[in-house]
Design a protein. Structure first.
Length: 282
């Protein structure tokens, strides 16, 4: 497939489609600070082979999309949601099945809350409620918090960035063996194609400019929640909360998985997404 630049929302967004444009569309939304490469191309092809038109894209400040000066983004978190709308507009897609991972799951929820007509269904992976809920949710694990508190990275030094990101994903691996070689290879490829890898820091500085009076119970889109039972960032209770707060939602736990899902989970996750998006068509 060929990457395609989409102009919208004041930026250029690098995108890549997979499959037949006439098939039901799936928009893949990765977490903040992560480019579209973190949606593995083979995973995308698998969904496309199941009869879906799959679109992945680089957030602003990642990959080949527009970047802003590191430490001075000049936009709020709401821009990442309207960027997703701009991608749909760029492809002429009126409404898509939206699959969001980590903070991308928060963006997917924002889409369903503020742009409900653009969302046919939701798949929320390794994420947490994007708006306040009337329940107490556990914090990240102590081990992961300790990593965040002690890790150091020099964003001007490529090898320092690689070491930091490998250690970051190792800390998120849950109870599964960590494939350091594959992770390092992905990070190297990601850095090699990035306009400015240091700009990804900007996502950590974003303020939430959305209204606070929205409720997950107002989401009507059919929702599948996919969550690792050993997620160090968002413990499983976060996934359970989403499944309980969104009226149409149900939970698919991944035993032993950490934050995100591994290649070994593709045989579970891909069919679940295809089944969920097929159900949403009926």
């Amino acid at each position: 497939m060929t990457e395609r630049m989409i102009a919208g929302n004041g930026v250029q967004l690098c995108t890549e489609p997979f499959g037949d444009r006439g098939d039901p569309p799936i928009l893949l939304v990765m977490g903040v600070g992560a480019s579209m490469l973190w949606w593995d191309a083979d995973f995308c092809r698998g969904l496309a082979a199941g009869g879906r038109y799959v679109i992945r894209y680089d957030h602003r400040d990642t990959g080949r999309s527009t970047t802003f000066p590191p430490g001075n983004p000049g936009y709020t978190g709401a821009a990442l949601t309207t960027d997703a709308v701009a991608v749909l507009d760029g492809y002429g897609v009126a409404a898509a099945h939206v699959v969001g991972m980590s903070a991308g799951g928060g963006i997917a929820q924002e889409l369903a809350l503020d742009h409900a007509d653009r969302v046919r269904s939701l798949v929320l992976v390794s994420t947490s409620p994007a708006v306040p809920v009337a329940r107490t949710l556990p914090p990240p694990t102590e081990t992961f918090r300790r990593f965040l508190a002690t890790a150091h990275v020099d964003w001007s030094d490529r090898e320092s960035v690689i070491r930091y990101l490998v250690d970051y994903w190792r800390a998120l691996a849950g109870d599964r063996p960590f494939d350091e070689s594959a992770c390092r290879d992905l990070i190297r490829r990601d850095i090699a194609r990035a306009r400015d890898v240091a700009a990804a820091q900007n996502h950590d500085l974003l303020a939430d400019a959305g209204p606070a009076n929205r409720a997950l119970s107002s989401i009507s889109a059919p929702t599948l929640v996919v969550h690792g039972t050993a997620d160090p960032m968002f413990p499983l209770a976060h996934g359970r909360a989403l499944a309980q707060e969104i009226p149409t939602a149900h939970l698919l736990p991944l035993e032993g998985a950490g934050h995100g899902f591994d290649r070994v989970d593709w045989s579970t996750v891909a069919p679940a997404i295809l089944s969920h998006t097929a159900d949403a068509l009926r």
